[in-house]
Structure formats: structure tokens, C-alpha cells
Design a protein around this ligand. Structure first.
Ligand SMILES: Cc1ncc(COP(=O)(O)O)c(C=O)c1O
Length: 384
């Protein structure tokens, strides 16, 4: 049996979610905008799913807009702030955001809007005071992620959100990695918009949500029909919405974060005991319960991921592959790691399906494979 520990990339669909997805595909084929019985059944199913997603983050159902995923939610929130047309704006974000936040902001910058990017500390955490100090009277929006996908570091979003609210600045929070893994309360967070993605919480790919606080002015990215209260045009996918609702319900009613966190501790403790030269990136930060980013100095992270794959275990380097070349993790470099150390890091991300046996198998493999893929520094050569 293979062991899947790359849950920050995506998660396996929960069997109960899959059952609801199949059932909805079979029975809920109506267009939710149609007035006949089939349409109305589809409408009721979508609205019930919307309530389930809203409950996960303490929002009202009317504040949830279904999208195609986290990337669309982030693009819609950021582009929506300028599409209304108000002249040139200023935005504040952080260097550790996901590309689906950084790239739309970079595009806005190229269009003449201003952008301030705030760095992070060695633990991968952004200083809220630096974000607050960067805000200006002309600041239209601030975008800070809830938790980082590579390090797992949780950001001080409530402090930032509170100041944004006091100053009437739009606060966007990318909570794609946090959704279903740690409690989220949009009111406590002070978020005006917040992104979620179903496939990071054992739901299907192809659906996400954008929370939009009631009364928030946000121009739609997709225009056309009047679906989603005119915030996102296009015929809704009822089965995907139903499945997302089921995933949100399971995440809320059967929280697993304590068990997952205990397994993560078991993993980190065992690795640090058996491989004393290893360290955990962002260990000084409050982290997502499921994420460990390990640095095995001198070890080739990419080779380690491949060696693990051959042993039947899926982990990740957390790096981006661009034009055929694997780049070292941008986030780890921003945290102050050298390029070499970033290339020697791997990410192991657990899920509600991870077992203690699997963790023990991973530790045993790590001990064997790390030494095999580590350069012997003194001799300047690779180990056997
Ligand atoms: C922090 C973060 N934001 C956004 C996304 C994009 O989400 P999606 O894959 O649903 O487009 C990801 C995906 O990895 C992510 O980790």
C-alpha cells in the first residue's frame, strides 16, 4: 500500500464525500436557475451546501460565492477590488503568498497600481507591525494568507484584519491551506474576503469558495448570468457544490487536528532523534497541525522525493518546477535559508487518513534514504 503524505498539494476525496458526489451527479442534473422541479431540487441542494461551507468559517450562507477553486477565489477577490474602477490603488501583501495571490497583484502593479511586499522572519511568520506600517490612506487592499502551504506557518491575520477594519481597508485572507484543518472565524479574523478550496479538505477538485462579507463592494471577475447573486456568472456545478458542502460538514463535525498534530509530533520527534543533523523549518512558528518542512543539510531534496516515491511514499520538495528545472522553494529562501538548504528541504504533509504505522514506515525510510542521498561534505562526493 502506498503512503500519501503530500496533502498540502491535494488530498484524497473522502469516501462519504464521493458517495454524495455520485448521488448528486445521478439525481441533481437540473439547472439551479430553472423554475421546474429539477431546477428547484438543484437550487435547494446548492443552498444547503452553501450553508455547510459557511458554517465552517462562521459566515452567513449569503456570504459564500462558489468558484472553481482557490486560485479563482484569490483572483476574484483581488481583481474585483480594482475592476469597479477607482483610479490608481495601493495594495499590501507578503512575499510568502501563493502565486494565485502574488501574480494577480503583480498584474495590477503592471497596470499602474502600487504594491508593497512585506517579508517574513526566519520562522516564516510575517510581522503584523510591518504590514500595518505599510498601510497608507490610498491603500485599497491588504492580502495576507492564513497559513503557508510550504512551511505551515500560521500568520497573525487577526491582528492585521482588525487594523484593516478600523481603517476601512479591504482585508483579503487566503485560507486555502487552513480550511478544514484549523478553526476559522471570519468575524474574529476581520476578513472582508477569504478563499477556500475543496480539494485541500478531502473534497473534489474544481470547486472552491470566496467568502465576501455582506455589504462589500467587489466587482465580479466573471460576468454573464445572474448566478451567485451576480458575484460569479456561470451555471453552477451542483454535484461539486454538494460534495464541497459534505467535505466542510465532515471537517467541522469530525475534527482530526489533535490526532494529526500528535502524529506530526511523533514524526518530528523520531526524525530529530534518529537524524540529529536534521532540523524542522519554521519550528519556531505556530503551524498547521499537518505540516512538517524538514531540512536535511547536504541531502538532495529532489533525489529524496524520488527515492521515497520508489519506496511507495509520496512527499514533496515544496519547490516549483519551471521550464523543466526544479527551482528551490521561494518561501524557504524568503525565510533566510540558503539556496542549497532550500534544495535540501522536503515537505511532509499529513491528513485525517494518515496512521501511526505509516509515520513509523516513513521514519524508517527516512533514516535509510537521507544518508543515501546526502553528500559527504568532507570527501566532496555523494554517499552510496
Ligand atoms: C495557499 C494556497 N492558496 C491557493 C492555492 C490554489 O488553490 P487551488 O489549487 O484550489 O486553485 C493553493 C494551492 O496549492 C494554496 O496552497
Amino acid at each position: 500500500m502506498r503512503i500519501y503524505l503530500d496533502n498540502n498539494a491535494t488530498t484524497a476525496i473522502h469516501p462519504a464525500v464521493l458517495d454524495e458526489l455520485f448521488a448528486a451527479e445521478q439525481t441533481l442534473f437540473g439547472n439551479a436557475s430553472s423554475i421546474h422541479e429539477e431546477g428547484q431540487r438543484a437550487r435547494r441542494a446548492i443552498e444547503s451546501a452553501r450553508e455547510q461551507v459557511a458554517s465552517l468559517i462562521g459566515a452567513g450562507a449569503r456570504e459564500i460565492v462558489f468558484t472553481s477553486g482557490g486560485t479563482e477565489s484569490n483572483n476574484a477577490a483581488l481583481a474585483g477590488l480594482v475592476l469597479g474602477g477607482r483610479g490608481s490603488c495601493h495594495f499590501v501583501t507578503t512575499v510568502i503568498e501563493h502565486p494565485s495571490v502574488l501574480e494577480p497583484l503583480r498584474a495590477l502593479e503592471a497596470m499602474g497600481h502600487e504594491l508593497t511586499r512585506i517579508g517574513c522572519d526566519r520562522s516564516g511568520v510575517v510581522d503584523p507591525a510591518a504590514v500595518i506600517a505599510a498601510m497608507r490612506p490610498a491603500t485599497r487592499g491588504v492580502a495576507v494568507m492564513f497559513a503557508n502551504n510550504e512551511s505551515g506557518a500560521i500568520q497573525p491575520v487577526a491582528e492585521i484584519g482588525q487594523v484593516c477594519r478600523e481603517r476601512g481597508i479591504h482585508f483579503h485572507c487566503d485560507a486555502v491551506q487552513a480550511g478544514g484543518r484549523v478553526p476559522i472565524d471570519v468575524t474574529a479574523l476581520g476578513a472582508d474576503t477569504l478563499s477556500l478550496s475543496a480539494h485541500k479538505m478531502h473534497g473534489p477538485k474544481g470547486i472552491g469558495a470566496l467568502f465576501v462579507r455582506s455589504g462589500t463592494e467587489l466587482a465580479p471577475l466573471l460576468r454573464g448570468g445572474a448566478q451567485e447573486r451576480r458575484r460569479r456568472a456561470g451555471t453552477e456545478s451542483v454535484p461539486l457544490a454538494v460534495a464541497f458542502g459534505a467535505a466542510a460538514r465532515i471537517a467541522r463535525s469530525e475534527p482530526e487536528s489533535e490526532r494529526i498534530s500528535a502524529l506530526r509530533e511523533r514524526l518530528e520527534r523520531a526524525v530529530l532523534e534518529r537524524l540529529p543533523a536534521a532540523s524542522v523549518n519554521a519550528s519556531g512558528a505556530r503551524r498547521l497541525p499537518n505540516t512538517s518542512s524538514f531540512l536535511f543539510r547536504g541531502c538532495d531534496g529532489e533525489a529524496l522525493v524520488i527515492a521515497f516515491d520508489l519506496e511507495g511514499i509520496a512527499i514533496s520538495t515544496g519547490s516549483a518546477c519551471s521550464s523543466g528545472r526544479v527551482e528551490p522553494s521561494r518561501v524557504l529562501i524568503e525565510m533566510g535559508l540558503s539556496e542549497e538548504d532550500a534544495r535540501s528541504s522536503v515537505r511532509i504533509s499529513l491528513s485525517r487518513f494518515t496512521t501511526a504505522d505509516e509515520i513509523d514506515r516513513v521514519v524508517a525510510s527516512l533514516e535509510k534514504l537521507v544518508s543515501r542521498n546526502t553528500r559527504v561534505v568532507a570527501a566532496g562526493t555523494r554517499g552510496a
